[in-house]
Every structure is written in C-alpha cells, then in structure tokens.
Design a binder for this molecule. Structure first.
Ligand code: FAD
Length: 541
C-alpha cells in the first residue's frame, strides 16, 4: 500500500465505500443535495455482490420488480427477462443505473479502502486506499454484508491438485471442468444454485451436506416485455407499497393470525397458496407465529418436508435432505430458493454425503477423504458462505478515538447504535451492516431507506453548522440487549446460522440482523423524529 502524497489526496464532504445498491443510491442522493462526494469500489465494476459473485447459476431470490431501485428515471426504461434475474442481467442493470443517474464521473473503481483515521482537530477522516488517498468529513461504509468470503479451516486444502473455487471468487472466464468430477461443500443459497447448474453437466457431482437446507420453490418464469411495460403504470404504487411493507416486498405480507387460528384444511390451503406463488412467500407470507412458536413452526416444517420428499426417489436420500424431525426450526436459516435441486438427487451422477455421519478428515491432492473413504474430484467448490455482516467492515483498519480497531471493539460482541454507528467512531456510518435489518430486508428497500436517513442526517448537520457527530457509549449495549431479547423471544436464537454469527468459529454468538424490516425502519424514523436520539453533535473550533 502506497502512502499518497498530499497532491494525490482528494478532499470531500463524504466518501462512500462500495458500489452496490447502498453505495450507488447514497452517492446519487448526496450529490443531488449538493454534497461533494465520491464513491470508491474495490472491484472493477459496479453492482456489489452481483459484480463479485460470478459462480454458475448465481441469481437473486427477490422477484421482479421488488429487487430494483424505485427511482422512476431508473425503472422507466428497464425491462427484465426473468422473474428472478441472473447475475449477468443484474450487473447490466447496475450499469444502467450508473448511466441513467450519471454516476460514473464520481466513482473510482479498483480502489480498495485499507485504513481510515479520524482527525480530532479538523473533524475529518483520512482514508488510505491501494491507490489515491481521500480526506473527508463523513465516512460512509456501504461494504455489504457478504463482501468477505469465509473458507473453513479444512485440513489439507492447500494440497488439492485439482481446481478449487470459493463461490464468491469464481473466475470471470466461467467454470472449468464442466464434465469432470465435482464436489460441492455447502448447501446454502450459493451451493443450491451451483448444484442446479453443474449437476446436469458434470460427469459426477457429490454434495457434501452438514445440515439440510430448507429450500423452497422459486417458480422462475420468463417475463414478457409488453407485460412489464403495461405494469409500469402501477409501479409508483407497487414501490410505495414495497417501501412501506413490513416484509420489504410489495406483495408478501404475513397474515395477522396464528397457524392455529384456522382449521387444518384452511392452514394447508394457506400453505398451498404460498408454495405455489414461489419466492419468499412460504417463508415470509404465512402465519404470524411461524418464527415464534415451535408448534406453529412444526406445521410449516412438516408441509415443507412432505412436499420435498415427494420429489426424491431414494428414501435414505430423502431422509437426509428432508429429515422426519426438523434439524432446526423452519426459516431460522435463510431459506434458499430452488428450481430443480431436489429432483437432481434422482440422477445417477449425483451423490449426497452426510458430513454429520461421515465428517471430512482431510482434503487430499485428489479429492476429499471422509471417515467413510476417499472421493476423487477434479473440481472442488467451496460454497461455504461469508464472514457475514461484519467481515467487510472489520477488514478495514479503522480506528476509534482511542486507537482501537473495529475488530478489537467487537471482539466480545458487536455493539452498534441502531445498526448504523458505533460510539468513538465519529462521522462514520454504515449501511446494510450488522444489527440492522440487512439480510431480512429486500436489498434495495433498505438501501433506499438507510440512504435517505443518512442524507437527512448530513443535511441537518450542514444546516446547523455542525462538523461532527458521535453516539453515546450506552447506545451500543442497549441495542445489542434489544436484539438479544428478540433472539430469545423468537426461534432464531436456537439455530446456528449466520444470522446468529454462528457460521464462523470464534465470532461471539448474537443476533446480527433485525428480523423485521418494518419494525427496524420505524426505529430509525423514531430516532430522527426525536432529534437523533443517542447522537451527539459538535463543531470544530
Ligand atoms: P453489496 O452489494 O455487498 O456491495 C458492497 C460493495 O462494497 C462490494 O462491491 C464490495 O466490493 C465493496 N467493498 C467492500 N469492502 C470494500 C473496501 N474495503 N473498499 C472498497 N470497496 C469495498 N438480497 C436480497 O434482497 N435478495 C436476494 O435474493 C439476495 N441474494 C443474495 C445472494 C448473494 C450470493 C449475496 C452475497 C447476497 C444476496 N443478497 C440478497 C443480499 C445483498 O447483499 C443485498 O441485496 C444488496 O446487494 C446489498 O447491497 P449493498 O450495496 O449494501 O452491498
């Protein structure tokens, strides 16, 4: 990393880090309000997770038109080809966003932020990248919840002589060894999508499963451009509903009744309807006690299990993919959406290895050795997810007023004020990060809501002549305690998931995402209405 000379340092009101939904929207909003702002992005293109995740089959699980910005200038001339768009189409969409909003002139690509220090006398951040230096009043981190891949400590991994890719680091030039012997470790969203793509073309594919994914039907379909054009008259209303919906989807709403407030037949009819609609309906669009009451949850699990099992010929494979008893409450891990995942296990070229029964002993030069024997592989896929929520932030060497890094500050557990700020890190905010609704929130909805909230805060500081804000040290522990109560009051706290920071060894176990986008946005709105409760403001002398 080169220390930039003072001639190379760019002076700004605000530096936005990350060119996904959050960063691009914030750049647009702040620039429209007259702030001198630039955006830096580590990758060579925009789109955030969609730029970076190039694995075969990568596609979004939020259906059209939920997963796009609600700005008319952007949606008016854009049409999608599929109800759940794939990665390449999403990247093209982000290029469209940049063009329509004329953002490119304020974006520096291939620029990774490495470190940041706050100057107490000027109330400004000095930011070091792998190129130019930046100096800004406000440091706005839009680094996403999944920008740092997680690879488990698998013995012998570096000895593997075949091709090995983490799903988040798939090479741009496509998937090699299509017809070879493929092994996929991990059955989260990326694992499911990769299996669906590679099983039909691989000579042999082995899925290594630790715990079963409870994948629900996507119901993908092609979209007719004329149908979308006709629907655009309703887009303002659709986006208004989406942005104010408790679920952050225009057309998914939890029923305000218990699973036991209806007869068995009525309950099945409600599950049937959600199942056939596809997408997240079966997760977020049924009874209000599914994520709260174990018995209610069991009714959803049993429906899911029985429908999945119908598709799998071999009873022992069916029992591993959809066990009789729930391995964890339904929906407490993020359900993946699937199209053909379960049917593929009827193909002769696909095997399932249960890592609970036969754990991996070591990776060998030729494949994987489990306690049951060796499996030879040409391509090893690590669909092992992310250092979710915190990894993108802690990867940057940002120091607080006492020279402590975020990693140090969060070593015993994450503490934030409302999932946007940390005491002792003045003039720094982060979006779509830990302790906000994040992974429970349909991406663009939280990007727009938090982007507007941050913009309003910076306008207020400008209007009042303040040059600095910080948050009270009591705010972090209070917000963490509130999230801990939610974890205990729901079924979420019972499951080892990345919502609970339980996928990466050593991370303190705690609920890192606020499970209701609607309630979360209400809290942020209330904070602003109360004069930015928990915030303190100051001015440089
Ligand atoms: P991101 O899109 O993650 O963008 C962050 C950007 O910051 C990245 O471009 C990264 O390169 C950059 N960056 C990170 N660190 C630095 C640094 N130090 N310096 C410079 N740049 C940096 N959400 C949904 O609502 N529906 C879905 O179906 C869905 N599917 C997903 C599938 C996958 C595989 C993943 C990983 C996420 C998915 N998400 C989904 C969540 C997704 O993160 C959000 O929808 C949305 O993309 C968040 O946008 P963002 O701008 O906050 O972050």
């Amino acid at each position: 990393m080169n220390a930039p000379s003072s001639d190379d340092v760019v002076g700004l009101d605000a530096l936005v880090v990350g060119a996904g939904f959050s960063g691009l929207y914030l750049l647009h909003r702040l620039r429209s309000e007259g702030f001198n702002v630039r955006l830096v992005e580590a990758s060579d293109g925009v789109g955030g997770v969609w730029q970076n995740n190039r694995y075969p089959g990568a596609r979004v699980d939020s259906h059209v038109p939920n997963y796009e910005l609600s700005l008319e200038a952007v949606w008016r001339d854009w049409t999608w080809t599929e109800r759940f768009p794939g990665r390449d189409e999403l990247v093209a969409y982000f290029d469209h966003v940049v063009t329509v909003l004329d953002l490119a002139r304020d974006i520096d690509l291939d620029t990774r932020v490495a470190a940041a220090r706050f100057d107490e006398s000027t109330h400004r951040w000095s930011v070091t990248t792998d190129g130019r230096g930046y100096e800004c009043r406000y440091l706005l981190l839009c680094t996403g919840f999944g920008s740092k891949a997680y690879t488990p400590d698998l013995p012998g991994l570096d000895t593997f002589a075949g091709v090995c890719h983490h799903s988040a680091h798939w090479p741009a030039d496509g998937e090699p060894a299509r017809s070879g012997r493929v092994g996929v470790i991990g059955t989260g969203a990326s694992g499911v999508q990769i299996v669906q793509e590679l099983a039909p073309v691989a000579a042999h594919l082995t899925v290594f499963q630790r715990s079963p994914v409870m994948a629900i039907p996507m119901r993908q379909r092609r979209l007719d451009p004329a149908e979308q054009t006709a629907a655009k008259d309703r887009y303002p209303e659709i986006f208004r509903r989406r942005n104010n919906s408790p679920s952050s989807f225009a057309d998914i709403e939890r029923l305000d009744i218990s699973a036991f407030a209806v007869s068995d037949a009525e309950r099945t009819a409600i599950y049937d309807e959600a199942w056939h609609k596809g997408g997240f309906h079966f997760w977020a669009g049924t009874f209000n006690d599914i994520l709260i009451d174990e018995r209610a949850n069991l009714t959803a699990y049993q429906y899911w299990r029985d429908h999945v099992r119908q598709r799998i010929d071999d009873p022992s494979t069916a029992a591993l993919l959809a066990p009789t008893e729930p391995p964890y409450p339904f929906g407490t891990k993020r359900p993946s959406l699937e199209q053909t995942f379960y049917d593929l296990f009827n193909q002769p070229n696909i095997d399932l290895v249960d890592l609970r029964a036969t754990p991996i002993e070591t990776i060998t030069p030729t494949g994987i050795r489990t306690t049951a024997g060796d499996i030879e592989l040409d391509l090893l896929v690590l669909a092992t997810g992310f250092d979710a929520n915190t990894g993108g932030l802690t990867a940057i060497d940002i120091r607080d007023r006492h020279d402590r890094s975020l990693t140090e500050r969060w070593s015993a557990g994450v503490n934030t004020h409302l999932g946007v700020a940390v005491d002792g890190f003045p003039n720094m905010l982060f979006l779509y990060g830990p302790q906000s609704a994040t992974a429970f929130c349909n991406g663009p909805v939280c990007a727009e809501f938090q982007g507007d909230w941050v913009t309003d805060l910076l306008i207020r500081l400008r209007e009042r002549g303040h040059t600095m804000f910080d948050v009270d040290p009591t705010t972090g522990p209070e917000w963490s305690a509130h999230l801990a109560l939610i974890a205990d009051a729901t079924l979420l706290g019972r499951t080892d998931s990345w919502y609970m920071a339980a996928n990466v060894p050593g991370k303190p176990r705690q609920l890192l995402n606020y499970p209701s986008p609607g309630m979360y946005t209400d809290r942020l709105r209330q904070c602003a209405a109360d004069g930015y409760d928990g915030f303190r403001f100051g001015s440089a002398s």
